[in-house]
Ligand binder design. Sequence first.
Ligand code: C5P
Length: 241
Amino acid sequence: MGKIAQNKRVAPVFCGIDTVELPFASRCARAAAAAGFGVKLGKEFFTFHGPAEVRAILPVGTPLFLDLKFHDIPNTVAGAVRSAAAAMGPMMLTIHASGGPAMIRAAVEAAKASKVRPMILAVTVLTSLDDADLKATGIEDDTSTQVLRLARLAQDNGADGVVCAATEIAMLREACGPDFKLVVPGIRPKGTAAGDQKRVMTPGEAFRLGADHLVIGRPITEAPDPEAAALAIAQELVEVA
Ligand code: C5P
C-alpha cells in the first residue's frame, strides 16, 4: 500500500490557481509555497497544459490538490486515479460522490495501489446548485440532506473526506467523525473581497468549526503581491491557532 501524507499541519491552505497563464500560475505557486501552503489546480489549468506543466510550476515539495472531479464508470475512474497519481503525485484528488458506491470504491482502491497514495476527496452537491436544480435532476430532498447523504456514501465506501462549504462543516464533522477530512473553499481572510462567493468565512472560523484544509484562491492570486498575501494568511492562522 502506498504512503499517505494526511497531517493537518501539512499545507493547512491550498492556493486555488485558476488561470492558464504559466508565468502567473508559477508566481502564485511560489507564493503559496513560501507560506507553507499547497497548490490546487483544476480543469482549466490541467486541460490546457497537462501533467508536465503541473509538475513544472510546483515548487519542490509543494503538495498538490488536483481538482479534476472524476465522474465515470468505476473502471475508467480507477484508471484516471492511477494516471493522476503516477503522473503528478497529488496529495489529494477529487471525484463526484454521485458516481455511486462502486465508483468511489474503485477510486479508493486505485489510490491505495499507487506508489504515493493520494487522498480521495468526494464532491457532494456543487455549491452552484440549489434545491430547485436538484429537483430538476430528480432529487426531491433539499441540498443539505443530499450533501449529508453523499458524504456518508463517500465515507462508507472508503473516501478520505469531502470538499464542503463552510456552512456544512459543523453538520459533516458531527455526522462523519473526527478522522474524515473536510476541505473547504469559499474562505476569505479578514479585509479581502468576497468576489462571487456568496457565503464566506474567515480561515480562523473555518478551522474552529473543524475544517482540515482550506482552499483560498483570489485573495492570494489577485493580490498585488501574492507572496505577501499568502504570508499574511499564514500569520493570521498562527494567531488563531
Ligand atoms: O478565489 P476563490 O478563493 O473563491 O477560489 C476558490 C477555489 O475553490 C476555486 O478554485 C473554486 O473553483 C473552488 N471551489 C469553490 N467552491 C466550491 C468548490 C470549489 O469555490 N464549492
